[in-house]
Design a binder for this molecule. Structure first.
Ligand code: SF4
Length: 277
């Protein structure tokens, strides 16, 4: 039988920030075809730390059962166990109710992603997908098979070639992201769009453009389930030259100015959330 592996960058055993309102296991799948200049997961863009899918599945099952296994950094087929965290988990026995696939770009590994979501279904976990939207065909397949309960879609700039090339380092990505967005809208999967705002991009006019586009699509597809647009404060990545991030106050000001059409939230340090009403 063919051995299926997953190029795994790491596991967060319990996160309440990736999917607000849920207690999620987050798997970071290594590998991404894009090269965003401020990439927040730079270390996951490339490399190989493949592990057997069955071993990942049994880790997930253990975490769901509240067993004291904490997997952080997969190194080939071995796992580091953090004893302090294991002890904390043993005392807290947190309730995990979701599995989120993140990256890198999780849909770069479409077969392992599908299998992991099927496993989540069998464990009665809700399933969330954090994606850049550059693999619309894989996204469509997962949604057609009813394997994803919520999509967190990064829209990095106005969906035009020039803006998207600046934001991702590649041409031709904007059309693929647009297709992914349309698929989500058409199928009515709960959707959170995330745009990370850096001092030099996207421009304020692009944020207006993104908001107008989302509002139009929402009206065009009555089944759509766009929950909100979240403006995330872009921070310098590790090793990058420091810069002053766009302030929380400024992001809130932008959110208020564009928030008439759709719900707009702001995620910025200190770690709390602002939302237009
Ligand atoms: S899509 Fe995400 S993981 Fe890929 S390069 Fe951009 S920021 Fe990094």
């Amino acid at each position: 039988m063919k051995e299926i592996t997953v190029n795994l960058g790491g596991i967060v055993p319990l996160s309440t920030v990736d999917w607000p309102g849920r207690a999620a296991i987050v798997l970071f799948l290594r590998g991404c075809p894009l090269r965003c200049p401020h990439c927040h997961n730079f270390a996951l863009q490339s490399g190989d730390s493949s592990v057997n899918l069955h071993s990942v599945a049994s880790k997930i099952a253990s975490l769901v059962k509240g067993e004291t296994i904490v997997a952080r950094e997969p190194s080939q087929n071995s796992w580091q166990i953090d004893l302090d965290e294991a002890a904390e988990r043993a005392s807290n026995k947190p309730f995990v109710d979701a599995l989120v696939l993140s990256g890198g770009e999780p849909l770069m590994q479409s077969e392992p992603a599908e299998r992991l979501f099927r496993l989540a279904r069998s464990l009665q976990l809700c399933t969330g997908l954090e994606t850049s939207g550059c693999y619309p065909e894989s996204l469509r397949r997962l949604l057609e098979r009813d394997l994803v309960d919520k999509v967190f879609l990064d829209i990095k700039a106005a969906l035009q070639d020039q803006s998207y090339e600046k934001a991702t380092g590649f041409v031709g990505v904007a059309a693929r992201v647009r297709e992914s967005l349309m698929i989500c809208m058409e199928r009515g999967v709960p959707l959170e769009v995330r745009t990370t705002v850096f001092p030099e991009m996207p421009a304020a006019s692009e944020l207006v453009e993104i908001t107008c586009m989302l509002s139009e699509l929402k009206n065009m597809y009555p089944r759509s389930c766009l929950e909100r647009l979240v403006l995330q404060q872009g921070l310098p990545r590790e090793g990058e030259e420091r810069f002053e991030p766009v302030s929380r106050a400024r992001l809130q000001e932008i959110a208020r100015s564009i928030g008439g059409w759709i719900l707009v939230g702001v995620k910025a340090k200190p770690d709390n959330f602002f939302e237009t009403r």
